[in-house]
Design a protein around this ligand. Structure first.
Ligand code: NOJ
Ligand code: CA
Length: 677
């Protein structure tokens, strides 16, 4: 349960002379606690507010206007400032799981209270942290409800720079990341990461509830505006007459990894809303999953059916023998033959060859957590109607983890990232909490830090995951070096790492394998095996999967890493990296430390001081690295490259005063387990 150490909270209020805000001035109206980040703000002659941001002496955003348009009232202009309230906040809070169990929230707040000719009251609430700012609109009208037609939050870049993002899209995040100058970006989703001058930044949102997601649309001249996912009728949202928007956020750092190490998004979310969190805990898992994507197995009942009783018991045994907490079974329930059309899934009815009662009893006996999977195909209304009865059944079976999926269009032209969909995803999280279920959502709404308030919302997909490697050109090593600086800034990702059979040789031996999603002949994993291991550390998820067919792990020396790995970390730090080029991350769980490093298409050696280890303790470091002398072989797509399956495991003792040279092959990586001796 979330606690705050009250003795550390310093909250001071200060009524500030209104004059500083009524016209544009060269003086900041607020600064971050360490004074590195400065906020500028004013209300122009038409009563339209605007803001600007500088960091460490450089202008990041020039004055950028703020406002929302609605049908029923003027929410955009004519504002007169009534009062400015400033406060300081410094608190340390803890969470049941996360990259860091303990988080410091130190910020200066400035609330600007205004009203206009329509009787609309608007508070613009800004929070300045040492690693960025957040602000949101809080409207009060006398109306029952409002129809939002546009949000006009501007982000006017003061200078051009490089950016990393996916294109704007209100249906999917499963898109390739792009590296391009800010000036060339037409639309982008968030997190939108950039480097301008010497400063790294990322625009995103926090605490997205009952409102559409925000994309960034270029207005030319380095200016962007917020574009909200529309409703089917073209409006953006229906909101009550008194409402708050999500926070608009700008993380800032002088180092790229500073963005990863920021807790700003979590700090802008409300404390935990779940009283008893004793059933919420990180897990490692395996599953009947990758075989379906490879085509060795099927979701539907038949000769290749993956979720059979026999296969389930085999996976439970494997989990129990390998220090793995849970097992996921996709294709356990009736309805898969309708997927992709007007699908109807039965969330309570198992296929006849999946004896759910027997499997649940067996899992319980072996101390293995049984996961349920609910693919909806996007049929959200049917799913909402089934939530409580299905979740009650899972609870009775002792299930605590639920993977959901929305692979398919939502009915009536509802977009996956629209207000109605946001409401749906939240309904699922809250229903799951009532039945003690942790959620792993695929095709989700983006994470905006709601895991702080709803810590059963463990992880989600929301980017191109492992599945793309089974049936498409897949995910490059550059992509995997970009995702930590873009998608992962929003929160955990269920990427489902860990394919050891890089060239799908086991799959090729299945006589009735069926390619169901195009031509698979040139598909393979685009990184080395060591990088697959490193991804378990790099791509943070409290539910972390070893996704390969379990026969590819049986007897494999490198699988020891996953047996030793603990996803329930206490502390994390991204140590080094640049978007698209490389990344090095360290985490501590109890007494053990784990390090994961990855590079793009360029081989590199990164010297890493081990000063994050406990002083005075000697550790045995088990190093899972690339074989730098691997023979060059022809890859399934006809290119020539060193054999990606070649790896070496070495051991050495180290202390916190050592530096380790992390040597990685092209598309490679390295993973290290540090155990006290
Ligand atoms: C897409 C999900 O991302 C994947 O993990 C799942 O196997 C399929 N949908 C089927 O539900
Ligand atoms: Ca997916």
């Amino acid at each position: 349960m979330e606690q705050s150490s009250r003795n550390r909270i310093v909250t001071g209020f200060m009524a500030v002379a209104v004059a500083i805000f009524t016209s544009c001035t060269s003086e900041p109206v607020s600064v971050s606690p360490d004074e590195g980040i400065r906020l500028y703000a004013c209300v122009d002659a038409d009563g339209v507010p605007s803001y600007g941001v500088s960091a460490w002496g450089s202008e990041v955003l020039s004055m950028s206007s703020l406002g929302i348009d609605a049908e029923e009232a003027d929410l955009a202009g004519g504002f007169i400032i009534d009062r400015v309230k400033k406060s300081r906040h410094d608190e340390v809070w803890t969470q049941p799981w996360g990259e860091n169990k303990t988080v410091r929230d130190r910020h200066n707040e400035m609330a600007v209270m205004m009203h206009n000719h329509d009787g609309v009251k608007l508070t613009l609430r800004f929070r300045l942290f040492d690693d960025g700012i957040g602000f949101r609109y809080e409207y009060e009208t006398v109306l029952d409800s409002l129809t939002i037609t546009a949000e006009n939050t501007r982000f006017n870049f003061a200078s051009d720079g490089m950016s990393w993002s996916i294109p704007g899209n209100f249906e999917t995040y499963e898109l390739d990341t792009r590296e391009m100058p800010v000036s060339e970006v037409e639309t982008a989703n968030t997190p939108f990461t950039f480097k301008a001058g010497e400063i790294y930044g990322s625009i995103h949102e926090a605490a997205l509830y009952d409102y559409p997601e925000m994309n960034l649309y270029s207005c030319g001249d380095l200016a962007f505006r917020s574009e909200l996912a529309p409703r089917p009728d073209g409006y953006k949202a229906r909101v009550p007459g008194v409402f708050k928007t999500p926070w608009r956020t700008l993380q800032l750092s002088r180092e790229a990894v500073g963005l990863i190490n920021s807790s700003l998004i979590l700090n802008l979310n409300a404390p935990c809303a779940i009283e008893d969190v004793s059933w919420i805990a990180p897990q490692k898992y395996v599953g009947v999953w990758w075989g379906m994507h490879l085509g060795t197995h099927s979701w539907t009942c038949g000769s290749r059916h993956g979720a059979t009783t026999e296969n389930a018991l085999r996976h439970i045994d494997f989990a129990a023998e390998n220090n793995i907490d849970g097992v996921l079974f996709e294709g356990w329930n009736k309805g898969w033959e309708t997927w992709g059309g007007r699908q109807h899934f039965d969330y309570c009815g198992a296929y006849p060859d999946f004896d759910i009662e027997k499997i649940a009893a067996y899992a319980k006996d072996k101390g293995v957590s049984l996961w349920m999977h609910n693919e909806t195909g996007g049929s959200i209304f049917e799913y909402e109607a089934a939530l409580d009865s299905a979740f009650a059944m899972y609870q009775r079976l002792g299930v605590h983890v639920l993977k959901t999926g929305y692979a398919g269009g939502m009915p009536g032209n509802i977009r996956h990232h629209s207000q109605r969909a946001v409401q749906h995803y939240q309904k699922v999280v809250e229903a799951a909490a009532r039945h003690q279920l942790m959620v792993d959502a695929h095709e989700p709404i983006k994470e905006t830090g709601i895991r702080r308030t709803w810590p059963n919302m463990m992880t989600r997909e929301g980017a191109k995951g492992m599945e793309w490697n089974a049936w498409s050109a897949g995910n490059s090593s550059e992509y995997l070096c970009t995702v930590p600086f873009v998608r992962l800034l929003s929160g955990p990702m269920d990427y489902t790492p860990g394919v050891f059979d890089i060239y799908y040789e086991t799959a090729a031996r299945y006589p009735d394998r069926k390619e169901w999603n195009g031509d698979y002949s040139s598909c393979y994993i685009k990184t080395t095996l060591a990088r697959q291991i490193a991804n378990w550390v790099i791509i943070y998820s409290p539910l972390q999967m070893a996704c390969d067919l379990i026969e590819n792990y049986e007897g494999h020396p490198a699988f020891r890493f996953f047996r030793d790995f603990d996803p329930d970390c206490d502390w994390s730090e991204a140590l080094a990296g640049e978007p698209g080029d490389y990344i090095v991350v360290a985490r501590r769980a109890g007494e053990r430390f784990f390090l994961g490093a990855g590079t793009g298409s360029v081989a590199r050696t990164v010297p890493v001081p081990l000063d994050f280890l406990e002083d005075g303790v000697t550790y045995l470091a088990t190093i899972y690295g690339d074989d730098l002398n691997a023979p060059v072989i022809e890859q399934p797509d006809g290119t020539m490259a060193p054999d990606k399956t070649a790896y070496v495991i070495t051991e050495r003792t180290v202390t916190s005063s050592d530096t380790m040279d992390i040597a990685m092959a092209a598309d490679g990586g390295q993973a290290v387990v540090f155990m006290p001796v």
